[in-house]
Design a protein around this ligand. Structure first.
Ligand SMILES: Nc1ncnc2c1ncn2[C@@H]1O[C@H](COP(=O)(O)OP(=O)(O)OP(=O)(O)O)[C@@H](O)[C@H]1O
Ligand SMILES: [Mg+2]
Length: 265
């Protein structure tokens, strides 16, 4: 049975998609069978892993998988041991579908049950096929995010060292608590990853320290700094990327810490 990990924070541009892609890649390289699920209508994880425009997955995405409560037809292989359940802009119609029972194509499909549990139920069909499922979320506490949280055992909270991200953390932690109470997977925060750190900025250093004081047991020791090869992963991807090693080196340390926590639980 797969272990499911969601990357999240309701603040934009904190490294959620990058971290989801890298974690999926590192797990797959380590020999684990991995499914990466894109729950963000921006489709950034989809483009990072598939190297195709997310529009290529219109009517072939996680949205249709959830409407049919079966992802099998929509999963695409993107690497050795690595599969993707893609997303595109139409995922933005997910809430409208949930609350009207009408899909963006005009089909009448009603989900009977808690609307936050649709992804959890959908993934049920494939959990035994994978060792890990990693999920990317949008920068909001939307239905996509609550579905991802309720479908996950673990959550990695992304913290980009800024004031507005700092103020997003408590509400996000409350949402994880809500998923633990209402969902079936005993959802827990696995850790807080400090990302996109600008080593030249004293305020970033201060926020790093504040978050470690507030959440001493949650913060990962590894801090991911801003580094051009990490940013350029969105351009070059993982295959035949001459600077892949530089893009991944800090994330290798995060990966070790994460696996120690997963195995220790
Ligand atoms: N450590 C890093 N150093 C440099 N650039 C980075 C780093 N991590 C991510 N980036 C770049 O910063 C931007 C934001 O990262 P990413 O898209 O992963 O964040 P996100 O939290 O998923 O954003 P959104 O909230 O919009 O979904 C992207 O252009 C990405 O390529
Ligand atoms: Mg993203």
């Amino acid at each position: 049975m797969a272990i499911t990990i969601t990357m999240g924070i309701q603040k934009g541009g904190c490294g959620k998609s990058t971290t989801t892609g890298i974690l999926g890649y590192l797990l797959s390289q380590d020999g684990y069978k991995v499914l990466a699920v894109d729950m963000d209508s921006q489709g950034n994880l989809t483009e990072l892993l598939s190297k195709k425009p997310s529009n290529e997955f219109v009517q072939k995405s996680v949205l249709e998988a959830m409407q049919r409560l079966d992802p099998t037809e929509y999963i695409v292989p993107v690497g050795d041991n690595l599969d993707l359940l893609p997303a595109n802009n139409f995922l933005a119609t997910f809430p409208r579908w949930i609350y009207t029972g009408v899909t963006y194509l005009g089909e009448k499909i009603r989900f009977e049950g808690n609307p936050s549990m649709i992804l959890d139920e959908t993934l049920e069909k494939v959990r035994d096929d994978y060792d890990f499922i990693v999920i990317d979320t949008p920068p909001s506490l939307s239905e996509q995010t609550t579905n991802a949280l309720c479908a996950s055992e673990y959550v990695v909270v992304l913290f980009e060292c800024s004031n507005w991200c700092y103020s997003a953390i408590p509400n996000f932690m409350d949402s994880v608590d809500g998923a633990r109470r209402h969902g079936k997977r005993n959802t827990k925060v696995l850790g807080i990853l400090r990302t996109m750190n600008d080593v030249r900025r004293s305020d970033a250093k201060a926020f790093n320290e504040m978050i470690a004081e507030d959440y001493p047991n949650e913060v990962f020791k590894t801090i991911i700094t801003r580094k051009a090869p990490i940013g350029r992963l969105s351009l070059y991807g993982f295959d035949e990327n001459a600077e892949l090693k530089q893009a991944l080196d800090q994330y290798e340390n995060f990966y070790k810490e994460l696996m120690e926590r997963v195995k220790g639980r």
